[in-house]
Design a protein. Structure first.
Length: 251
């Protein structure tokens, strides 16, 4: 795991966009793994700005999102389908037939999950996976206790995750109780992983991430076993780590 320290949210987003653009430029038909949430929003904004200014093309890019709420329709404004359309897909020239998200309304969820993993494999696997991190250490919606061997599957969301995401809904009761998520094994198969963290609310989990052994009670700790993971975090998120530790992890 290589740590890159950013001054603030804006710098984190700029640095993250650079990593993604390097990937796209070195392989114009890259398969990108994408995330939703507040942390990655600025990165999408930077990619859109670059697309407008520099005409970087997404014509041959394919994308797979990490997760989707179970039970929400694609049109629901809180669905991750709607988030991706609004914050990224509609703003760049990616054909919609090349963007994939799990279907949270699938009748046969097991078949949906299997098909999703097969589709990723069929397109050659994920070249670069973008991740945020939950305050409980989740990646995707792989909550504490998730198996490291899991592929795409249906999960029950932790109360703390529902509370953290309630800001987007009218009330906590409206936050779905379940989601479909790529599993940890699916995420770990990605050739490169880029995890972003910003803000004081992520400082405790980042401290734990760098100090804990690999344990499924903090799912993100598995990333230390991945050969090419970059973490870009801002100063607030790193504020519980000592300067010397930050330097050590930056190597
Ligand atoms: C979203 C996802 C989640 C978020 C995480 C952080 O697709 O997979 O793991 O990345 O919950 O969310 P924010 O960025 O809103 O703090």
């Amino acid at each position: 795991m290589k740590l890159i320290e950013a001054k603030d949210y804006h710098e984190m987003s700029m640095l993250a966009a650079e990593v993604i653009l390097d990937q796209i430029k070195s392989k114009t038909d890259s398969v990108l793994g994408l995330a939703t949430g507040g942390t990655v929003l600025g990165t999408y904004q930077q990619l859109i700005l670059d697309h407008q200014r520099n005409k970087t093309t997404y014509q041959h890019i394919k994308t797979f999102n990490l997760d989707e709420y179970a039970g929400l329709s694609k049109q629901d404004e809180n669905s991750y389908h709607a988030y991706m359309k609004k914050h990224f897909f509609d703003e760049v020239n990616i054909p919609s037939s090349q963007t994939f998200l799990p279907n949270g309304e699938a009748q046969d969820m097991k078949a949906e999950c299997e098909t999703y993993d097969l589709k990723i494999e069929e397109l050659g696997g994920i070249d670069l996976q973008l991740l945020g991190i939950g305050q409980n250490g989740h990646i995707g919606f792989n909550e504490p206790g998730s198996s490291f061997e899991s592929n795409t599957h249906l999960v029950a969301l932790e109360q703390s995750t529902r509370e953290a995401n309630a800001r987007y809904f009218d009330s906590i009761e409206d936050v779905p109780t379940h989601a479909v998520t790529m599993g940890i094994a699916s995420i770990m198969k990605s050739k490169k992983i880029l995890l972003l963290a910003s803000g004081i609310q992520k400082s405790s989990i980042l401290y734990d991430l760098f100090h804990s052994d690999v344990t499924n009670s903090i799912p993100a700790t598995i990333l230390i076993n991945h050969p090419d993971t970059i973490i870009i975090a801002d100063q607030e998120a790193l504020s519980k780590l000592h300067q010397d530790e930050r330097k050590m992890f930056a190597k």
